[in-house]
Design a protein around this ligand. Structure first.
Ligand code: PLP
Length: 396
């Protein structure tokens, strides 16, 4: 028996465990200090009433012989949910065939599982900084990764240049951690590049629900022709608080055909072999997200987080700290003040404001010198944190 040697090539992810240890040590040394956490990307508001009502009803159905659902007829997801997702896209002007939509237990699983479809020899392009899962998924498989620097100069939105080469490119928009969001026009450049280079785009739209600004893309399929070259992964985690309930979906267009093989058919084959679908109860809950009442409740929740982002942004503006994000995204990406690096600022902010954030360096080398705060916290605690951050930075 031989192990997958590529696991030894993974960088140990010290980010969240180091943060947890530092906070524990700080609290042990300062038991009287109140610490506010604006570090992790989890939501804090509960599921919307429409969602839990639908799930309760589905649980009761499962408890009666005449309405019990066993193995899901299609591993791809119940039609009622795929049709609801189809209508959600159509409202945004994107027409999908129901056969192109695959329901999953979340974006994270699909982002890893999709790689089953591609040869190990493909070169992968990954933005830096970004959600660390893309890198680890490919290191585990032994693929070569090239990084695309996302910097203040390119507004944290890398674009292809004349010498950009790669077979699979990850785009995350709105971006975790920087909050930067591609416009439809910018994505068109990527789509054209992918066509010219026979490459595939894996578009992570997990935060699309936060986009409000006209011209910015919620889906890569807003670009004409994107269905030829892009797979889109999305999630109910951020739009509807499903981080602990688990549901997402992936769009694999019928138009993607490589080496005479349909990517959609390959993904269907992969899913029907290795996946038995998402729980009926969860799919009914996800369906309720798209009802008129569900959407209203969900917009109230998104507005709650948007207000948190505005509160944090205002505090940073008041003390002259540069930041981006927070407008079409729940993440605020700030430049560490006083010339501090990411971890120095982490320690300084904890000691001087009792606030926990995430050091930018944890998302990639280009994140050094930056820091991520999230708007997913409780509103009152976020106001308190923003006031403390402002007061502390003003002493610098
Ligand atoms: N994609 C991005 C960019 C994320 O930040 C996250 C979670 O934070 C995910 C995907 C994972 O989503 P899910 O909860 O659906 O697995």
């Amino acid at each position: 028996m031989k192990l997958n040697k590529h696991y030894t090539e993974l960088n140990e992810s010290y980010l969240f465990s180091t943060i947890a240890r530092k906070v524990r040590e700080f609290q042990a040394a300062n038991p009287e200090r109140d610490v506010i956490r604006l570090g992790i990307g989890d939501v804090t508001l509960p599921l919307a009433a429409s969602v839990t009502e639908a799930m309760h009803k589905a649980v009761d159905e499962q408890g009666r012989k005449e309405s019990f659902h066993g193995y899901i007829p299609s591993e791809q997801g119940y039609e009622f949910l795929r049709e609801a997702i189809q209508r959600y896209y159509a409202k945004n002007g994107v027409m999908l065939d129901i056969s192109e939509i695959f329901v999953s237990d979340g974006a994270k699983s699909d982002l890893g599982n999709l790689l089953d479809l591609f040869d190990v020899d493909n070169t992968v392009l990954v933005p830096d900084p970004v959600y660390p899962v893309y890198v680890d998924d490919n290191v585990m498989a032994g693929r070569t990764i090239h990084y695309m620097a996302a910097t203040a100069e390119n507004h944290f939105l890398p674009m292809p240049g004349e010498d950009t080469e790669g077979d699979i490119v990850y785009l995350c928009s709105p971006n975790n951690p920087t909050g930067s969001t591609y416009s439809v026009e910018q994505l068109k450049v990527w789509v054209d590049w992918a066509k010219a280079h026979d490459a595939l785009i894996l578009f992570d739209a997990a935060y699309e629900c936060f986009v409000t600004e006209p011209g910015l893309a919620r889906s890569i399929y807003e670009v004409e022709g994107a269905k030829d070259v892009a797979v889109e992964v999305c999630s109910f985690s951020k739009i509807a608080g499903f981080t602990g309930t688990r549901c997402g979906y992936t769009v694999v267009p019928q138009a993607i055909v490589k080496e005479n093989q349909s990517l959609n058919k390959m993904w269907l084959r992969r899913q029907t072999t290795k996946f038995n679908g998402v729980a009926y109860v969860v799919q009914r809950g996800a369906e309720a997200v798209f009802t008129e009442q569900g959407m209203k409740e969900i917009q109230d929740n998104l507005n709650y987080y948007r207000t948190n982002a505005a509160v944090i942004g205002k505090a940073l503006e008041d003390c002259g700290v540069w930041y981006c994000g927070g407008k079409n995204s729940p993440y605020i990406w700030l430049k560490c003040p006083g010339g501090m690096d990411s971890w120095q600022f982490f320690d300084w902010l904890l000691a001087n404001a009792g606030v926990v954030g995430t050091p930018g360096a944890g998302f990639g080398a280009c994140g050094e010198g930056y820091f991520r705060l999230t708007a997913f916290g409780d509103a009152e605690r976020t106001r308190e944190a923003a006031a403390r951050i402002k007061a502390a930075i003003q002493t610098l």
